[in-house]
Design a protein around this ligand. Structure first.
Ligand SMILES: Nc1ncnc2c1ncn2[C@@H]1O[C@H](COP(=O)(O)OP(=O)(O)OP(=O)(O)O)[C@@H](O)[C@H]1O
Ligand SMILES: [Mg+2]
Length: 243
């Protein structure tokens, strides 16, 4: 483990303190016990807000990028939560996240800004060679993941399934499992019932209750998929207009 606990000093009122998971973090902190942790919850529940703040406090550009380069945060925290967040890093975590610049190993993979980042860094030393514009959306994701997310290091992933087919999600589970076995730590926001099934992963569900650790079988998102696949027409009738 590299990052074991997050706590927040007083979060100023307003956004994001008003988000229940952020209030929870401020009151009780968040302990991470597994090399892979998933953040799940509805759109707008606060997953990216928390990931961005973790990126911030770890010196990674909160708009996506890696630690210790010009694409890292250079002028301190950039998000309101990042400014008041504290991260407990193990000795290895301190070396890989805050150690000598060139030895740092931390990357924020953000589906929504990946292709912008690609325009800036493709071909640069320490990034990836391939031109993402010549690859399919999902192929580009794996190009970046395989180059930037490997071995010991802290890896923040925001919806890495966004461009992936079912089978590619299954491949990504194997990929994440390997990274964890190599000493990497992953914190991943996701809506995927496939990714969250990774054995041994910790799943943190965000919502109006704040944050809680939930077994895969009891996740709201798994229950929704189960019910949809069992009776798709029944499930959809609520959103289809009656003729
Ligand atoms: N800079 C900001 N100022 C004010 N509110 C914001 C800001 N950024 C995000 N929000 C709000 O905070 C809430 C949480 O957003 P966030 O992006 O963390 O959600 P999320 O869980 O990642 O959702 P999604 O699954 O859609 O990615 C949303 O209601 C959003 O509108
Ligand atoms: Mg998000």
């Amino acid at each position: 483990m590299l990052l074991t606990r997050l706590t927040a000093r007083s979060v100023p009122p307003g956004w994001p303190a008003a988000l229940a998971p952020v209030a929870h973090l401020a009151e009780r902190g968040l302990t991470l016990t597994s090399p892979v942790a998933f953040l799940v919850g509805e759109n707008g529940s606060g997953k990216s807000t928390i990931l961005e703040a973790i990126a911030d406090v770890c010196g990674i550009n909160s708009a996506s990028g890696k630690a210790g380069t010009r694409y890292a945060s250079s002028s301190g925290p950039e998000t309101p939560l990042g400014e008041v967040l504290d991260a407990d890093l193990t000795a290895t975590g301190l070396r890989l996240v805050r150690g000598p610049r060139l030895k740092r190993r931390a990357f924020f993979f953000r589906a929504e800004t990946l292709f912008n980042l690609g325009q800036n860094v493709s071909g640069l030393h320490g990034f990836w060679e391939d031109d993402l514009t010549e690859q399919s959306h999902g192929e580009g994701f794996f190009t970046v993941l395989e180059r930037m997310v490997s071995g010991p290091g802290l890896f923040l992933l925001d919806e890495p399934e966004a461009a992936l087919s079912f089978h590619s999600c299954v491949r990504l589970v194997g990929f994440m499992h390997r990274v964890a076995r190599q000493g990497g730590q992953i914190i991943c926001a996701t809506h995927s019932p496939v990714l969250t099934r990774l054995p041994g992963a910790e799943i943190i569900e965000l919502g109006d209750h704040g944050m809680r650790t939930v077994a895969w079988e009891s996740l709201r998102l798994v229950d929704d998929w189960r019910r949809f696949l069992a009776k798709p027409d029944f499930y959809l009738q609520h959103v289809l207009e009656a003729d």
